[in-house]
Each structure stands twice: as structure tokens, then as C-alpha cells.
Design a binder for this molecule. Structure first.
Ligand SMILES: [Zn+2]
Length: 270
């Protein structure tokens, strides 16, 4: 069980601690997420909790390879396109999110850090575009290594090549950690299991067990991605099978994500 998203981040440190990390040329991990509805069983902060959990594990893996690592304060005012209009989904404008992420990256650069990597747990299209634009802008302005770790399989959907200097491709997941027949698109078994493992009081277990599986098919996948249709697709705001959360191999999932992201980072450290 963890005690919140500030654990082991700069938010819990003194400025002199940050100075020490600058002096050691530490790698910075920036956890990125949103505050949005995740079904009636799961808390709004699911994505930022998840991204912070990944960062803690990525930090360990990079430290095992001899690097010094520090985690920046988590950023959670991102874009909620796919669940927009649902109560609980804070609808931050893309340009606001982009400007805010950009200012945070510039601050980290001005502190003296040379390697800054974004780690995100929210798949929304506009959210990812806002992040990419911020990383590109700061990379171009500051000429230091600010790099957003992003699923290799999604690059072509965004019209991107794999060699963009401000992006760091993550290899696809090759293991299966779920026993559910309906895959977790949003607030399903895997997300519910992740939060239950690390923050058990933030999951309504009885509610989770009572929820029927809801699947996306090919005809409504695009509607989900482009946003504004969540209530038509799922009146309770989840897509997947929350009731199967107890069968998810959570630690294996965290290890696998952290391994693939840490390997992506190791290929891009300067
Ligand atoms: Zn989520």
C-alpha cells in the first residue's frame, strides 16, 4: 500500500535535495495523468496514481543500472477527451495542458537537469498531442534531452516517425496479465486491480464485482477515441470487465511496464 502520489517525488523534498540531484546529473521522471471518471467502482485519480506507481518502479530499474533518478511532482491536469462531459472528468483545454507541461519542463531545465522523461498513463488522443507538443517545444527551445515515452505501436497513428528527438518509443506489451474476456479499455479489470493493489480503500469492491462486462466493437471504437460518446457506449463510464479485477497479475504488469519504459529511456539518455 502506498501513501499518495507525492511519495518519493520532489514535492516531498527540500530545494537543497533537488540541488544534490542536479549536481549528480540525475535523470528526471515526470508522471503524467488526468483526473477523470473511471466507472462507479474506481477513483478519479486512477491514471495519475498508475503513472506514479510506474515511475517508482522505473526509478528502481534505472538505479540498478547505476543511474541517479528523481521523480518530479506528478502532473494531473491533462485533457479528458474520451470521457468528456461525464461528471468527474475535468475538461482541461489542450492549449492549457500544453502550456502548463511546457512551463514545468522549462523549470526543470532551468534547475539544471539534462535528461527529463515523461511517463503517462492516459491514452486520450488530444492529451497525448498536448504532451508531445510541449516536449517538442521545450526540446527545440532549450536544446536539452526532454523526451516523452510513448507506445511504439501508436506512432504511425499520430503521423510520427520513430526517430523524433523529443519522443522515446516504448516496445509493445507481449505478456498477458488479465483473465477477462473483455479487454480493459477504461476502468476495466486491470485499472481496477492496479488501484486495489496499491490503494485498496479507493476501490468499491462490492460495486466492482457487480458490474457486467462492457465491450467495444469495431464500429464504436472510433467513437470512443474521438470522445463525447462515453454515456452512449457505457452509461456507467467504464469499458471492460471490472468484476475480473481479482485475477489480474498486478505486480507482473507493473514490472513489465516499468521494464519496457526503463529500456526505452536507457536508449535515449545523453
Ligand atoms: Zn485510466
Amino acid at each position: 500500500m502506498l501513501d499518495g502520489i507525492f511519495k518519493d517525488t520532489m514535492a516531498n523534498m527540500k530545494w537543497t535535495d533537488i540541488q544534490n540531484y542536479v549536481d549528480k546529473n540525475a535523470i528526471v521522471l515526470l508522471p503524467l495523468g488526468v483526473i477523470e471518471e473511471h466507472g462507479p467502482q474506481l477513483c478519479l485519480g486512477t491514471d495519475i496514481y498508475t503513472s506514479h506507481i510506474y515511475c517508482l518502479s522505473i526509478k528502481e530499474k534505472l538505479e540498478e543500472k547505476g543511474h541517479t533518478v528523481v521523480i518530479a511532482p506528478p502532473f494531473y491536469w491533462g485533457v479528458c477527451q474520451s470521457t468528456g462531459g461525464f461528471i468527474g472528468s475535468f475538461n482541461i483545454r489542450k492549449e492549457t495542458a500544453r502550456a502548463l507541461i511546457s512551463d514545468i519542463l522549462v523549470s526543470l531545465c532551468e534547475f539544471g537537469f539534462n535528461n527529463i522523461f515523461g511517463v503517462n498513463a492516459h491514452g486520450d488522443i488530444d492529451h497525448n498531442i498536448a504532451i508531445m507538443e510541449a516536449f517538442r517545444e521545450v526540446h527545440e527551445q532549450k536544446h536539452i534531452n526532454v523526451c516523452y515515452t510513448f507506445d511504439e505501436s501508436r506512432f504511425s497513428n499520430f503521423g510520427l516517425g520513430l526517430n523524433e528527438p523529443y519522443l522515446c518509443p516504448i516496445k509493445p506489451q507481449r505478456i498477458n496479465v488479465s483473465k477477462a474476456e473483455v479487454s480493459d479499455v477504461h476502468g476495466g479489470d486491470i485499472e481496477t486491480a492496479m488501484i486495489y493493489e496499491f490503494y485498496p480503500t479507493l476501490v468499491d469492491v462490492e460495486k466492482a464485482k457487480s458490474l457486467p462486462a462492457i465491450a467495444l466493437d469495431e464500429s464504436n471504437g472510433d467513437a470512443w477515441l474521438w470522445g463525447g460518446h462515453i454515456k452512449e457506449l457505457s452509461s456507467q463510464g467504464y469499458l471492460g470487465s471490472p468484476a475480473d479485477f481479482e485475477h489480474v497479475e498486478v505486480q507482473k504488469n507493473v514490472d513489465d511496464y516499468a521494464y519496457r519504459i526503463s529500456e526505452a529511456i536507457l536508449r535515449r539518455i545523453v
